[in-house]
Write a protein of this length. Structure first.
Length: 565
């Protein structure tokens, strides 16, 4: 057995001394191959509503270990359990955390009692315990050690995918309770709300004092393994004057770095995977005095409705070893073990709309050295406007960047059937509010200072719909979006010598180009794409009101954000 600390006795002694864990079957730092086999053999739980807890949860395809591992989560947890996510309200951190519905206060005394019960439960049930030691962050100046301890081999496999396996980063050594962050992930425990002071039978709690991420109860969505530690990094890095960002990043042939902020589904992964540019990362990034670097060592992309021609990197990775497909249903009448991963129906929503795919960073064909780059020359704020109102691209000045960054707007169809329900606006500050541990102004001020210091160009890129709302009009083509993005990253849209003229949106105030290389100019003015201009104006004014309401409700003006609308 591979083991950073040496023999089996070392890891058992470490867990015993640090946590009081005495489980005899401890699997420490297994290889991906060993974790694959262990997941197939040991990972059991509920995979159907009303089902039992002894069903197999991990599966191979017909490619076996030459292809992906498939995993089915508890049907009640096919995404991050936002309502059950907490941080311990220790006195020294209580005033600095951004408390909200997606990060609630947990009473310290109740938490300590809960942690003791969870550890007692682990020792009582015995079974297998998987321990994986990884490093979060490619920049050793602020990377942290992260130890996963859990009952599912699949989760250890996911951690191996998404972070740097130890000890590959020689600058970071040692994995004990005093020197690393630890996730304790115990799926067989059941919380009791009245006793434990929580909402349901599961919790995900971050303990900033003791460097613990506790997952207790049926919450086996793999994203918790990464989003919990991302929330931690969002707390730690700003205290070091480093901007932690929910964004993708890449580098052009001229060494120019671009970052793309955006919520899930707006195109961070798709647009950052550009054959003409080297990938830094697709989701979680840090911006320090030396430039930007990836906090992860893998990608975690949505699979639903994947267009394999438009996203060839993800499509190819579906058949690569060491990858993980989450919550994609089996084909009717066909066991996973007899299925080619390329034949899986990626449009099947019968388990969840949030089907996912985890793959190592090196599945991408061209990754930047050290998953790092220089200071960004272009900053892109992505939105997918299902109202069909925003221009495909807008040029942002400093005040507008701050405004749209703290608003974090996108709009989606509320239901799963196109055209059945009206679009709904989503405002998520810093394009990742649930994971932001500090209040939005902490990140906004850091972004403002870094933009000014590096004279970065900024645009708002709309990857949504044009000519009407979603369900009544087509989505802006990826080809047009890429052409607009490339023009922005080359500096064409900001270059006076380009001869490009601009218009100012009469309702939303956005400044947008009237022409762009390789783009049909008729799509650039959204009002002209609607058959009914008056209906467009009514929709645009309604969206403007949503922006204004969200700005007032969150008190952004009191925080020094200019009200550009």
């Amino acid at each position: 057995m591979q083991n950073v600390l040496g023999s089996k006795l070392d890891i058992r002694q470490s867990l015993s001394e640090d946590w009081g864990i005495t489980v005899p079957k401890i699997h420490h730092n297994l290889s991906k191959s060993a974790l694959f086999g262990a997941a197939l053999k040991y990972d059991v739980g509920r995979i159907q509503k009303g089902g039992g807890y002894l069903d197999h949860k991990a599966f191979a395809t017909k490619m076996n270990q030459a292809g992906p591992l498939l995993f089915l989560t508890d049907p009640e947890c096919t995404g991050r359990p936002v309502e059950d996510t907490y941080a311990v309200a220790w006195p020294e951190v209580e005033s600095s955390i951004w408390w909200k519905d997606s990060l609630k206060k947990y009473d310290p005394d109740q938490y300590e009692r809960l942690l003791g019960r969870v550890i007692e439960h682990v020792n009582q049930v015995g079974g297998n315990l998987f321990v994986q030691d990884v490093v979060v962050g490619h920049d050793p100046a602020f990377a942290i050690r992260y130890r996963f301890i859990g009952q599912y081999a699949t989760h250890a496999y996911f951690a191996h995918n998404m972070f740097i396996p130890s000890p590959s980063n020689g600058a970071v050594e040692g994995f004990n309770r005093d020197s690393c962050w630890t996730m304790l992930n115990v799926q067989t425990f059941r919380c009791e709300p009245k006793r434990d002071g929580c909402r349901s039978e599961r919790v995900a709690v971050i303990d900033f004092r003791n460097r613990i991420c506790l997952v207790a109860g049926p919450a086996d969505y793999c994203g918790l393994v990464k989003k919990s530690i991302f929330t931690v990094m969002n707390y730690l890095l700003p205290n070091q004057d480093i901007l932690s960002m929910h964004c993708s990043a890449n580098i052009g042939e001229a060494g120019d770095t671009s970052i793309l902020f955006g919520l899930s589904g707006t195109g961070k992964t798709t647009l950052s995977a550009d054959p003409g540019r080297k990938l830094i990362g697709d989701d979680e990034t840090g911006w320090s005095d030396s430039g930007v670097s990836n906090l992860e060592n893998g990608c975690y992309a949505k699979l639903i409705d994947l267009d394999k021609q438009a996203e060839p990197v993800i499509a190819q990775a579906l058949s690569m070893p060491g990858t993980l497909i989450e919550n994609v249903p089996a084909l009717n009448g066909m066991p996973y073990e007899m299925t080619d991963p390329q034949e899986l129906n990626l449009f099947d929503r019968s388990v969840t709309e949030n089907t996912r795919f985890s793959y190592p960073l090196d599945c991408n064909p061209d990754v930047a050295k050290g998953a790092s780059g220089g200071h960004p020359s272009t900053i892109v704020l992505l939105t997918a406007d299902a109202f069909g109102v925003l221009p495909p691209v807008s040029i942002l000045d400093e005040d507008e960047v701050m405004y749209h960054f703290v608003q974090g707007f996108t709009a989606r169809i509320a239901g799963t059937e196109v055209g059945v329900e009206a679009p709904q606006a989503t405002f998520s500050s810093c394009f990742g509010a649930p994971f932001m541990s500090h209040k939005p102004m902490v990140y906004a001020k850091l972004l403002k200072n870094k933009i000014a210091a590096n004279r970065a160009r900024c645009v708002l890129l709309n990857t949504g719909w044009s000519g009407g709302a979603a369900g009544r009009a087509p989505r802006i083509s990826i080809a047009a979006t890429r052409a607009l993005l490339n023009a922005a990253m080359r500096g064409v849209l900001h270059d006076p010598a380009s001869g490009i003229e601009f218009s100012r949106h009469p309702i939303l105030g956005l400044r947008f180009p009237t022409s762009c290389p390789d783009v049909d100019p008729s799509i650039l003015n959204p009002r002209g794409c609607w058959s009914d201009a008056q209906e467009y104006d009514r929709t645009a004014n309604r969206l403007r009101g949503m922006f204004q309401h969200n700005f007032r409700e969150n008190g952004f003006g009191n925080g020094g954000i200019p009200n550009v609308l």
